[in-house]
Design a protein. Structure first.
Length: 94
C-alpha cells in the first residue's frame, strides 16, 4: 500500500491511527462504544490508511496526549455519557 501522504490528517484518520496503535484488544473496547455509523467511518479510514510513518504516529500520539490535559478538548455525547453511567452503576440497588 502507498504511504500516507504528508497532508493534514482528518479526524477519522487520526482515530484510525490511534486505534491501530493501541492494538486490537483496546481498539475492540473503544469500537464497542461507538455508533454503527462511527464504526463504519473509522474502519473505512483504517482500511484506507496504507503505511503510516513512525514519526506521524508519534506526532499524533503527542497531539492526543497534550490535548488530554487541556480543558475544552473533550466532546461529550449522550451515548458516551450513557455508556459511562451504565458501567459505573451498581448492578443491584438496595
Amino acid at each position: 500500500m502507498a504511504e500516507l501522504a504528508r497532508t493534514p490528517l482528518q479526524g477519522r484518520q487520526k482515530v484510525a491511527i490511534l486505534m491501530l496503535s493501541l492494538g486490537q484488544q483496546y481498539s475492540v473496547k473503544l469500537l464497542s462504544l461507538l455508533h454503527e455509523d462511527e464504526i463504519r467511518e473509522v474502519s473505512s479510514a483504517m482500511s484506507l490508511l496504507g503505511t503510516v510513518r513512525a514519526d506521524t504516529v508519534e506526532q499524533l500520539c503527542t497531539e492526543f496526549s497534550d490535548g488530554l490535559g487541556s480543558p475544552g478538548n473533550v466532546l461529550g455525547r449522550v451515548v458516551a455519557a450513557e455508556h459511562v453511567l451504565i458501567q459505573a452503576r451498581p448492578t443491584a440497588r438496595a
